[in-house]
Design a protein around this ligand. Structure first.
Ligand code: PHB
Length: 393
């Protein structure tokens, strides 16, 4: 009977849709990556995507018997768009895991969605301390901004820098940078004489640089998100501050490897603390940089390793769960995981799901190949996020 036949088709179609919905159980693990491929944070998205793709290219598309399927979405550097796209990936594409998130507001809007759907959220780029506390399904493979700020604060005090002006982007990670640096620097006997906050969107640094110069500090401590270092350095040089005897220090975001080659001599001598330099001296990193540059024709920066290691974490966790991709199994498997990254040894803190990693102090130098690099000269091993560590005490 045609009527019954139609019902039969409808039922099988419905079953097919349900089948696609539980793709994970059927041999496919879908990973939705939401990053900025356009807009102000496009360089971060480009780096994260390249890191993710390189990992999959090198390690294959099958893990624990499951086929890995990547679904990329462009947030356009707009957190409201991240929210919509993440919602769609979870509800319509039925992704098993979400990842990416170029800035803190993007990572935060995805947090309740991850919690509700019980889907692991791998934060591959954003750096405010609080992010991992916003969902029990969040794990981070980038960094926390305070992780490097406390290291550069200690170094500055030790080097006899006494008077500092801080200049940070006026949003969560900038505030984290300003506060963590000041607390540590004061404790070490230094003084922050002025704390300046610069708007995040299309910033004009010049009036702030003028105020900083007027205060005649030994150093300016700067935090800008990856992608803005070039504009900052240009205005720093235009004001002649590179020649005024004021040192430039900070977390390594300002001299990020994506923009550093084009920064020019003004960047030389900038001392930063960070978790990754393309110049990091290890066999693994040399192989990473060579493979990355061959595939992309640009230099990897710290955001790229956030993507690369994010994929490693997913692959290693899937191996441990024997391919089970539900949020509870995966996040359990991810806690405490340790591995070797192009940046050095890293691990996921089982208590906070945040990353524990080495911090390196680096100075911008022009090397023999004529290019600018962050040349590492001191290592601080296994640094935890200092903000969460202090809260626990
Ligand atoms: C952030 O928004 O959390 C963020 C973005 C870029 C950085 C660091 C932090 O380089």
């Amino acid at each position: 009977m045609p009527g019954r036949y139609l019902v039969g088709i409808a039922v099988s179609l419905a079953l097919a849709v349900v089948g696609a919905g539980s793709a994970g159980a059927q041999g496919v693990v879908k990973i939705g990556i939401v990053v900025a491929m356009t807009g102000e944070q496009a360089s971060t998205g480009k780096q994260v995507k390249a890191g993710v793709e390189l990992y999959v290219h090198q390690h294959g598309e099958t893990v624990a018997g499951k086929k890995i399927q990547l679904v990329f979405r462009d947030s356009g550097s707009v957190p409201a768009m991240t929210k919509r796209l993440t919602q769609e990936l979870i509800a319509n594409d039925k992704v098993n895991i979400i990842g990416g998130f170029e800035i803190t507001p993007a990572a935060l809007v995805a947090a309740p969605l991850a919690t509700r759907a019980k889907v692991v959220e791998v934060v591959m780029a954003a750096g405010t301390s609080i992010i991992t506390e916003r969902s029990p399904y969040i794990v981070r493979t980038s960094d926390t901004v305070p992780q490097s700020c406390i290291i550069i604060a200690d170094w500055a005090a030790k080097k006899g820098i006494k008077k500092v002006v801080t200049m940070v982007s006026d949003y969560a990670p900038g505030v984290d940078a300003e506060k963590s640096f000041a607390a540590r620097f004061h404790a070490a006997g230094g003084k922050v004489v002025e704390a300046l906050r610069v708007p995040l969107a299309s910033p004009d640094f010049s009036p702030f640089l003028q105020r900083a110069a007027d205060a005649k500090p030994d150093a300016i401590f700067v935090f800008v998100p990856s992608g803005q270092g070039g504009a900052f350095m240009k205005q720093f040089a235009e004001r002649g501050l590179d020649k005024a005897g004021i040192k430039l220090i900070g977390p390594g975001d300002v001299t990020d490897d994506d923009l550093l080659p084009a920064m020019g001599d003004a960047a030389i001598g900038t001392v930063t603390a960070h978790h990754y330099s393309a110049d990091h001296d290890s066999a693994m990193n040399r192989a990473y940089v060579a493979a990355f540059e061959k595939a992309n024709h640009f230099r990897p920066n710290f955001m790229s390793v956030g993507g690369y290691d994010g994929m490693h974490l997913i692959y290693a966790a899937l191996r441990k769960t024997d391919g089970r991709a539900d949020g509870d199994s995966l996040i359990r498997a991810m806690k405490g995981m340790k591995w070797e990254s192009p940046r050095g040894p890293i691990e996921i803190d089982p208590e906070t799901r945040d990353i524990i990693q080495n911090e390196y102090i680096r100075k911008v130098e022009r090397k023999k190949d004529g290019q600018l690099y962050n040349v590492e000269f001191a290592t601080f091993a296994a640094v935890k996020d200092p903000v969460k560590a202090a809260e626990k005490k």
